[in-house]
Design a protein. Structure first.
Length: 392
């Protein structure tokens, strides 16, 4: 039996179900994912099960030793703000790293004992993921990155190398489509890239639109137009992301929508944004009725006449897979004329929404192939075949 270590990613379940349980032992990085695998009758272990008492004692010793070394290092003479300088000088960095060093040491010890034939990650930039990937590659264990999303270029991303997502560690990549393959190729000349599609998009293949049923579920009038606004949340992986654009754009949208008396608004928040209440409160201040939810993505998209996204997002691609749907963004997708870019100022939103409501829905086939590749519902099967190939 060959051991395969997997990070926590529920969208992989269709892939993992195709692996013969008699030939492969799944080992989850986190106990919660082990339980999820057990719940769907997939035999699995947790990586922590491989740890011994000796490993745990050694992890504490390693963390303590490194804590002392970090605390004794003088702060580097750099142009920091006062708050950052105080944090560095007063042992902040050592205190920050101490508990994380224990986790890193434990993870590495468990990996050494697990004797894995393959490591599969949904990102290869988080500290534990990257550490395990670096160790695995050094010891001849292939590392397959199956991305949890497609990173999209925008004005906020900045130049190559300015964002944590520009780091490439894994030596193999399962890419959604040509765009994602080119994106990673620009960041690594050595990574082996396979065009497989991503399993989370398999459900988009052959979609039909069920607008009336979706409107009924959301308590919307199917005879009136529906705008679904895809809001966002702050993602400060580089300084270019530190701004109040999410809040300002939403306020501008609420102001703009008072000019559309018949238009029904659905606000779809990011499931990890934790800002549903804020969106509801801000809409209530303007006396604008709307539906706000962090769930039910497919239902909200099916109900829409127009989908408007705050900047480039993977939900734009999901919306583009629905027939006869107009899709707009506040910015991004500059090379894709199928997506209407309308800006984020109040007047721009008013004009852009009016344009989107009146123009015919474009053919999205070129855009879908660019970003999602062969959208045939078989990405999970192709990735399962790739996994078998890498462990042979």
């Amino acid at each position: 039996m060959k051991n395969i270590i997997v990070s926590t990613q529920p969208s992989w379940l269709p892939v993992l179900k195709q692996l013969d349980a008699k030939a492969y032992q799944l080992i989850a990085l986190q106990p919660q994912f082990t339980k999820l695998l057990h719940d769907i009758d997939l035999p699995a272990k947790s990586l922590g099960e491989y740890l011994t008492d000796t490993d745990r004692s050694q992890a504490l010793r390693d963390a303590s030793r490194l804590h002392v070394q970090l605390a004794s290092q003088p702060a580097m003479p750099m142009a920091h703000s006062t708050a950052v300088s105080d944090w560095l000088v007063n042992n902040g960095v050592a205190r920050y790293f101490y508990p994380r060093l224990i986790d890193l040491s434990l993870a590495l010890a468990a990996l050494q004992r697990a004797e894995a034939k393959l490591l599969i990650l949904h990102n290869d930039v988080e500290p534990i993921h990257r550490l395990l990937a670096l160790y695995a590659i050094q010891h001849g264990i292939p590392v397959l990155h199956i991305p949890h999303a497609i990173y999209l270029d925008s004005a906020e991303r900045g130049p190559l190398g300015s964002d944590i997502h520009d780091v490439v560690t894994a030596d193999y990549l399962a890419a959604a489509g040509p765009f994602q393959a080119q994106w990673y190729r620009a960041r690594s000349a050595t990574q082996k890239i396979y065009l497989t599609g991503l399993p989370q998009f398999d459900r988009l293949a052959g979609r039909t639109r069920k607008r009336d049923a979706a409107c009924k579920l959301l308590r919307l009038d199917p005879y009136k137009p529906v705008l679904v606004y895809m809001s966002s949340w702050s993602q400060n992986t580089n300084l270019l992301g530190c701004h109040s654009g999410v809040e300002e754009t939403y306020h501008n949208l609420l102001s703009a929508l008072h000019e559309f008396k018949e238009l029904q608004l659905v606000v779809k928040c990011h499931p990890r944004g934790n800002n549903v209440e804020w969106h509801m409160q801000e809409a209530a201040k303007t006396n604008l009725r709307c539906v706000v939810t962090a769930e039910h993505l497919d239902t909200t998209l099916m109900a829409a006449d127009v989908v408007l996204s705050y900047g480039p997002s993977n939900v734009v691609l999901e919306a583009a897979s629905i027939p006869n749907l107009r899709v707009a963004v506040t910015d991004g997708f500059d090379d894709d004329p199928e997506i209407l870019t309308i800006g984020s100022a109040t007047k721009e939103l008013m004009v852009g929404i009016a344009t989107a409501l009146t123009q015919p829905a474009p053919d999205m086939s070129r855009l879908l192939h660019k970003y999602l590749g062969q959208l045939d519902g078989q990405a999970a099967m192709r990735i399962a075949n790739l996994i078998r190939k890498l462990v042979e």
